[in-house]
Design a protein around this ligand. Structure first.
Ligand code: PLP
Length: 364
């Protein structure tokens, strides 16, 4: 099989080493001679593994003791509902900082359970994170929600907002484990696993303990963080395979310099690709303001105004070289290079070379 370089936005590339480990373990989990997929979630090997993965998350992100680490079914989207269901009861209102389609979706879901205050004026062009002095925060909000990295628009926070004591809730689906940050500045951190930490179907949530025990009475048990925390994330049959993959990916992160190592690589890869765009004399353009450029998802256009035929040609040429899943999201068009943790610097170099060659061939 040809070697492909997968720049997909998610489900995204897994570290190659992890495939090798999984191949060997697929029919023999922890010496049991059966696969994890056929094993009771209450068996000793699984219960042990479940706690080991929690400990791994705690180590990698330096999670303080007063936070619970949860594995929750239903991916990131289920958490869009779980957040208001678990947190809205205090004041019945919440602040949403909408910087792209994902935070917009989260805000729309929250509206089903309480009042949502949009902190920023509505827009359909997400290319920046306005300065905090322009935010319309409600001091009475139960929480403030942000999306730390907008996967579709490539807009990433490079600072932790000051929410004046109101709990900060962050969707880190597409940048968790790619940069160091102070967990204690957040009330809740959550994300679907299928970009940087594994495969679809599970969300990781890190919840400060004082935010438990306040779910709305209508909150389904499965969405209730408190019930899940009490059950150590084995309230029902969990998405065991997705949690298993998460464990193996996180071990790989730990072996490769931890989150600091990932951050260093992410910065190098992002500098390389944005560098090509910035040096292209307008042949390539990145719509996002420099201060909000994502190190995980690099959306860009070709030509000014964007030339869709040339973009198609770019994608065709990329496929021919086995550089795959580079098409921009249908909502924004153009090209999007996702350079998550599992994408190596060498792979980013292959893409960078292709971008340069393409420009040389087609720029007038
Ligand atoms: N949040 C962000 C930033 C995402 O990129 C995605 C999916 O791509 C989601 C939430 C939704 O996650 P899921 O598909 O696991 O529900």
């Amino acid at each position: 099989m040809p070697k492909v370089h997968n720049f997909g936005a998610g489900p995204a590339k897994l570290p190659e080493e992890v495939y090798e480990i999984m191949k060997n373990e697929l029919t023999n989990f922890d010496g049991s001679s059966i696969s994890l997929m056929e094993m009771s979630h209450r068996s000793k090997p699984y219960m042990k593994f479940n706690l080991e993965v929690q400990a791994l998350v705690r180590r990698l992100l330096n999670v303080p003791d007063n936070y619970k680490i949860l594995f929750l079914a239903g991916g990131g989207t289920a958490q869009f509902a779980a957040i208001p269901l678990n947190l809205m009861s205090r004041t019945g209102t919440a602040d949403y900082v909408v910087t792209g389609d994902w935070s917009l979706k989260a805000a729309k879901e929250a509206k089903k359970y309480g009042k949502v205050n949009l902190v920023l004026p509505p827009t359909d062009r997400y290319v920046e994170i306005p300065d905090q002095s322009k935010w319309n925060l409600d001091p009475n909000a139960s929480y403030v929600h942000i999306c730390a990295n907008e996967t579709i628009h490539g807009v990433e926070f490079d600072f932790i907002p000051d929410t004046k004591g109101v709990p900060l809730v962050a969707d880190m689906s597409s940048n968790i484990m790619s940069r160091k940050f102070d967990v204690s500045k957040f009330g809740v951190i959550y994300g679907g696993a299928q970009k940087n930490i594994g495969t679809a179907g599970v969300a990781l949530a890190i919840v400060r303990e004082d935010l438990l025990n306040q779910a709305l009475p209508i909150c389904p048990s499965l969405f209730d963080w408190t019930a899940n925390a009490k059950a150590e994330s084995i309230l029902n049959t969990p998405p065991m395979f997705a949690i298993y993959v998460m464990g193996r990916v996180l071990e790989w992160v730990e072996r490769n310099g931890g989150v600091a190592g990932m951050e260093e690589r992410a910065t190098k890869k992002a500098n390389l690709i944005y560098g090509i765009i910035d040096a292209s004399n307008g042949f390539y353009s990145a719509p996002v303001a420099k201060s909000a450029r994502s190190k995980m998802n690099v959306p860009f256009r070709i030509g000014s105004p964007p030339n869709e035929d040339l973009e198609k040609e770019f994608l065709k040429g990329a496929e021919a070289l086995n550089l795959i899943q580079l098409k921009g999201h249908r909502n924004v068009g153009g090209i999007r290079a996702s350079i998550y943790n599992a994408v190596s610097y060498e792979e980013a170099e292959i893409l960078a070379k292709y971008m340069k060659d393409f420009q040389n061939k087609y720029s007038k």
